[in-house]
Design a protein around this ligand. Structure first.
Ligand code: FUB
Length: 374
């Protein structure tokens, strides 16, 4: 989404952040956006590393026609791929830096029996009117399975207009889901991603800057105002927390997801590789892959580590900029092949009307990921 755009005097710096015409997906299609405004975040100081091996252009049509979908979270259960996306809708709500134009009101779950086939849209799985604490903006969700119960994790603005994260349950992966009466105690910000580790522990990753409000908290403490770290300070990271045994609560205080550069130093605020939103966790061959959106530089990037808590070391770009301001995705293994689920605004030409797509993901022998050109 178009949020506050960093205005900096140095052309090369602006270019590295993807803020100039011709640099990013934002510029490749006419968008329904606001204009650049306040300077609050630190300016990018680091040129993104050269892209590693680029996979052949991946052709992928929308997974489903008839509705707009975005922010896909994929899980394979009993041989079927289930996709938990946001459900984008046209709206008269004016675009602003907080992303008010992302005015989604419900969730639909998709299922994919065979890669390449069209997905099945299972209809409304949860609507904002069925969430007692929520007022609007059902943003990027995720789900997990625990015994015979499926749990949907989702952000929404509460009645006071503040983003919280809620849980809803169902006996079916496709819903309908029943929401808990209150959001997860102590939850804040957006973009929950739930990760069930091999040892039975389940973790929630979350957070998003600017419209996602992560900058209004420090170590779970609400500040009551925006506070962006200055350039040279460590970037604000996503948060990670182990969930309680019933998966409805945080079992501990949340921790920052720290991403290190090649020298082992935390990425700094303004670094074009730093976290912005859209956390995702996958585990492959014992390595934890933390994937995320870099926001103003429009990449899906990844970092790897040996613990679900991190720290993670920046490894590169999974997906080059798509059309539209936002980028957000997930990785999933189906029948021995890894796939990237992602979205693009190519069909609508509007940032807030996106389509979910799926394309093979390839790992090198050293565990690195070939960059995908959308
Ligand atoms: O879809 C609404 C928001 O846009 C998501 O929460 C972000 O990740 C971005 O994709």
């Amino acid at each position: 989404m178009r949020r506050r755009v960093v205005l900096v005097p140095v052309v090369a710096v602006a270019a590295s952040a993807g803020l100039l015409a011709g640099c990013t997906g934002e510029d490749q299609a006419p968008m329904n956006t606001t204009t650049a405004t306040t300077t609050t975040a630190a300016a990018p100081t680091t040129t993104p590393p050269p892209a590693p091996v680029v996979a052949p252009a991946a052709a992928s049509g929308p997974l489903v026609d008839g509705i707009y979908t975005a922010d896909p979270s994929g899980h394979v259960w009993d041989g079927t791929l289930y996709v938990y996306p946001s459900h984008d809708v046209p709206t008269d709500v004016p675009a602003d830096d907080d992303g008010s134009q992302y005015a989604m009101t419900d969730y639909h779950v998709l299922s994919v029996a065979t890669p390449g086939a069209k997905a099945v849209d299972h209809g409304v799985a949860l609507a904002v009117g069925d969430v007692p604490w929520a007022s609007k903006q059902l943003w990027a969700p995720d789900a997990t399975r625990h015994g015979g119960t499926y749990l949907l994790y989702f952000p929404a603005r509460d009645k006071a207009g503040v983003f919280r994260i809620g849980v809803a349950t169902s006996s079916s992966p496709t819903g309908p889901f029943t929401a808990d009466p209150e959001p997860i105690p102590g939850s804040y910000s957006i973009d929950p991603a739930v990760f069930a580790d091999d040892d039975g522990a389940t973790y929630l990753y979350f957070g998003g800057l600017i419209g996602g409000e992560l900058q209004r908290y420090r170590d779970d403490r609400p500040l009551g105002h925006d506070d962006f770290p200055a350039g040279g300070q460590p970037a604000l990271g996503a948060r990670v927390v182990r969930l309680s045994d019933d998966l409805h609560r945080f079992a501990e205080a949340t921790r920052e997801v720290v991403i290190l550069d090649e020298e082992g130093k935390p990425l700094e605020a303004g670094d074009a590789r730093a976290f912005f939103e859209g956390a995702w966790m996958s585990k492959r061959a014992g390595t934890y892959y933390f994937m995320y959106s870099t926001g103003p530089s429009h990449h899906l990037a990844y970092a790897t580590g040996s613990s679900p808590y991190g720290p993670f070391t920046y490894r590169g770009i999974v997906l080059n900029p798509v059309k539209g301001w936002t980028t957000h995705g997930s990785m999933v293994e189906l029948d021995g092949q890894w796939y990237l689920l992602y979205h693009s605004a190519e069909l609508s030409g509007q940032d807030n009307l996106r389509n979910v797509r799926m394309t093979p993901l390839h790992f090198e022998a050293d565990g690195s990921i070939q960059t995908i050109e959308p």
